[in-house]
Write a protein that binds this ligand. Structure first.
Ligand code: URP
Ligand code: ZN
Ligand code: ZN
Length: 484
């Protein structure tokens, strides 16, 4: 069923480069006209939405979610419908989730499985595919995924030993293959060997509760892995994207590499920007366990560095790592923090939390907010022109944003199926009032009209010849690099 054309009147359009007052016409899922032409071209039957006093933003893109992920002996509680519906209520119109094959599982088999699960998505989605092992088959499947299936990014877990961790041999092979294919390697940067060792030592000290989680994953463990992944990418001449940068050590590694001219991108989670590690010392197991995710929440001082990275453009995207487990699932780690399923939520709250703590405090301009919630992600993962911008011909993924509206975030009002909200009690100013997904009004003033299957799989083309050029430059400079 096609939706009626929608005319958004009287709002202030915000793109990554500027904001301007303009009407916006959406027809057949796309932005058809902006400005005076939006009114003159509106077909008969067009529905008008009054956006006066509101910003008109590109729909948020969350580049890091795990809906219904099978992980640590259980399955994440939000499926592709409930998770994406929650996102729509908060102004996020696209997600990039992760296909995570078991070691020895062919990538294409896992990809098909995840595609099936995601058919009920209410919002558009794409997939990064994790490389958890290496073989000729993995090499070939990476080619198929890029050339036939619209995957242009591969994920590498440097942590989770004895599960999905990939060693340096796999990292090197996969990064090299990604370069050949014009795909972006991404990493979860934590040294899995160190985490494993520290977990045993913390347990031996008699610390079995959630307070042991951050002790086993200190910032240097993340910094080491970030530096290593960046160095491998530099030697091979491939760009690299580091997911959920949580600490000064990793942010500095990225800044240093960028200062040397390396293409390194960093993602920050909404949670890491505002929640600190005191949550792990909560006396109630269920509450502390609800915050167990990796990398863990950090001492408050790290947050400033993350904000500065986003402000200065050294860090680029914001995400949630939405991967939720209910209290009975978290209880698997009652006797050992190492068994608590890792993951937290936020797909509904990300935009408001970052607007409130970012734009509301003067750290970010509205255009910078758009850059870090959609525009940069679209550019880095090759969706630009279609997502992350309000422009003629782009998908009509649009959020009407009321900068004066307030809300207290709570598990009682959230759409996610999880039984906890990591932002519980937080008052935010700045909320989505209306969300359009490819021109369909899916959320209006608290009324969520998400439909299973409305979301479409979004193919992301491979990157162009600049990848190869980067490799050639690296090869040409190799003697200089050795001399240095
Ligand atoms: O704790 C987390 N982040 N769980 C999801 C898997 C991952 O590491 O991204
Ligand atoms: Zn991760
Ligand atoms: Zn993740």
């Amino acid at each position: 069923m096609t939706s009626p054309a929608i005319l958004i009147r009287g709002g202030t359009v915000v793109n990554t480069d500027r904001e301007f007052k303009a009407d916006v016409l959406c027809v057949d899922g796309q932005v058809a006209a902006i400005g005076a032409a939006a009114v003159t071209q509106a077909p008969a039957g067009t529905q008008t939405i009054d956006a006066s006093g509101q910003y008109v933003l590109p729909g948020g893109i969350d580049p890091h979610t795990h809906m219904q992920l099978p992980f640590m002996g259980t399955v994440a509680a939000d499926d592709f419908f409930s998770g994406t519906a929650a996102g729509l209520a908060g102004g996020t119109t696209s997600i990039i989730d992760f296909v995570i094959p078991d070691p020895q599982q062919p990538l294409m088999d896992a990809f098909r499985m995840w595609r099936g699960w995601a058919e009920k998505s209410a919002a558009d989605y794409g997939f990064h595919v994790a490389v958890t092992w290496w073989s000729e088959g993995v090499h070939a499947d990476m080619g198929r995924l890029v050339q036939q299936e619209g995957v242009n990014s591969f994920k590498h877990f440097m942590a989770y030993k004895n599960a999905i961790m990939c060693d340096d041999e796999t990292l090197v092979n996969s990064f090299k293959r990604a370069l050949e294919l014009g795909a972006m390697p991404t990493v979860h940067a934590e040294n899995g060997e160190l985490v494993y060792l520290l977990q045993q030592e913390v347990l031996k000290m008699g610390i079995t509760g959630p307070e042991g989680h951050p002790l086993s994953r200190p910032p240097m463990v993340e910094g080491e892995a970030a530096n290593r992944a960046i160095a491998i990418a530099d030697v091979l001449g491939v760009p690299i994207y580091i997911v959920h940068v949580s600490c000064i050590e990793a942010a500095e590694a990225i800044a240093r590499a960028r200062a040397r001219g390396q293409r390194v991108y960093g993602e920050v989670l909404a949670g890491h920007l505002v929640i600190d590690d005191s949550v792990y010392r909560h006396p109630d197991f269920a509450t502390a366990a609800a915050y167990v995710m990796s990398p863990p929440f950090r001492p408050k001082g790290h947050q400033e560095m993350l904000w500065r990275g986003l402000q200065s453009g050294q860090l680029h995207t914001t995400a949630t790592d939405h991967c939720v487990f209910c209290a009975p699932q978290k209880a698997a780690g009652k006797d050992s923090f190492t068994q608590i399923p890792n993951g937290c939520g936020g797909v509904e709250e990300r935009m408001s939390v970052i607007w409130d703590a970012g734009v509301g405090t003067g750290r970010l301009t509205p255009s910078e907010f758009v850059a870090i919630t959609s525009g940069n992600c679209a550019r880095i993962f090759n969706l630009a022109g279609r997502k992350g911008v309000i422009a003629e011909g782009a998908d009509a993924d649009i959020v009407l944003w009321d900068p004066a509206a307030t809300k207290t975030l709570s598990v009682k009002t959230q759409r996610s199926k999880v039984d906890f909200n990591i932002f519980e009690g937080r008052q935010v100013k700045g909320l989505a009032t209306h969300t359009l997904s490819r021109g369909t009004l899916v959320y209006a003033n608290g009324d969520l009209r998400a439909t299973p299957g409305h979301g479409q799989y979004v193919k992301r083309p491979a990157f162009g010849p600049q990848f190869e050029a980067a490799a050639l430059r690296t090869a040409a400079h190799a003697p200089t690099a050795v001399a240095r």
